[in-house]
Write a protein that binds this ligand. Structure first.
Ligand SMILES: Nc1ncnc2c1ncn2[C@@H]1O[C@H](COP(=O)(O)OP(=O)(O)O)[C@@H](O)[C@H]1O
Ligand SMILES: [Mg+2]
Length: 236
């Protein structure tokens, strides 16, 4: 069983959005997925209430019980265990990180999120787990020009020891409308830019979690250069 913790100390960064989208994408790839909602706001559980599909299984997480739940999931033959964490619970987030094969650190390209990211990075490093930044709610291009907020974010994050996921998520209505239906945007609008982002991000995470020897990994080049072009596989 592989485990992903979705982390950010900032409420509203997109932890639940990312958690349910990676859970649905993994389920579509045939994985038996369990998503544990550790946030008392219960966003993932609210989403799951209107979902009809069998997978992912979404559970209400209880403080202090994560380890036991994780062990039980492993015994039940779950392939992927995803923790949708709560914004400000150091002990819980640390426990989630400790159990994880990959910690996704969700960051919006704004000053406050970027300033706060260092503490999450530190926590993941203390647990000696691999971390990966996922840019979320990135503004869309204007007249083909990448907003400078994205470049600033990449430059800032380049100072930290973790990589940036090759694919980020832009601010898109599709991510919100799908929530009402208990779907991921890629299920609700399979031809949308949001679907492209989710499917590509999942492909890159899956290759990290289950590396196939000899296979070319999905790694578009990211150029972080103040003057030059910015290449990040964000659609549109
Ligand atoms: N990429 C995105 N595009 C549009 N809306 C988003 C995106 N990511 C998150 N949101 C919205 O922002 C709000 C906060 O996201 P959420 O996933 O609940 O954050 P967190 O779990 O970190 O508190 C929600 O209303 C969600 O629908
Ligand atoms: Mg949440």
């Amino acid at each position: 069983m592989k485990t992903i913790a979705v982390l950010s100390r900032k409420g509203g960064a997109g932890k639940s959005t990312l958690a349910v989208h990676m859970a649905t994408a993994a389920a579509a790839a045939g994985k038996r997925v369990m998503l544990v909602d550790m946030d008392p706001q219960r966003s993932s559980l609210d989403w799951a209430r209107s979902r009809e599909a069998e997978w992912p299984v979404v559970l209400e997480g209880r403080a202090g019980a994560l380890f036991t739940t994780h062990r039980a999931a492993e015994r039940e033959g779950i392939d992927l265990f995803i923790v949708d964490s709560r914004s400000s619970a150091d002990a819980e987030a640390s426990e989630a990180a400790r159990l994880s094969d990959l910690c996704l650190i969700v960051v919006r390209p704004n000053f406050f999120d970027l300033q706060a990211v260092g503490r999450t990075v530190q926590m993941v490093e203390n647990m000696r787990r691999p971390g990966l930044f996922v840019l979320n709610q990135a503004p869309v291009r204007r007249n083909g020009v990448e907003p400078c907020a994205i470049r600033d974010a990449l430059l800032h994050l380049a100072d930290h020891p973790f990589d940036m996921a090759e694919v980020g998520l832009r601010q898109r209505a599709a991510y919100q409308t799908a929530m009402w239906k208990g779907l991921g945007a890629q299920e609700d609008q399979p031809d949308s830019q949001a679907a492209f982002e989710i499917n590509s991000l999942w492909a890159s995470l899956a290759e990290r979690l289950w590396p196939v020897a000899g296979r070319q990994t999905y790694r578009p080049r990211i150029v972080v250069d103040t003057d030059g072009p910015l290449e990040l596989a964000l659609a549109g």
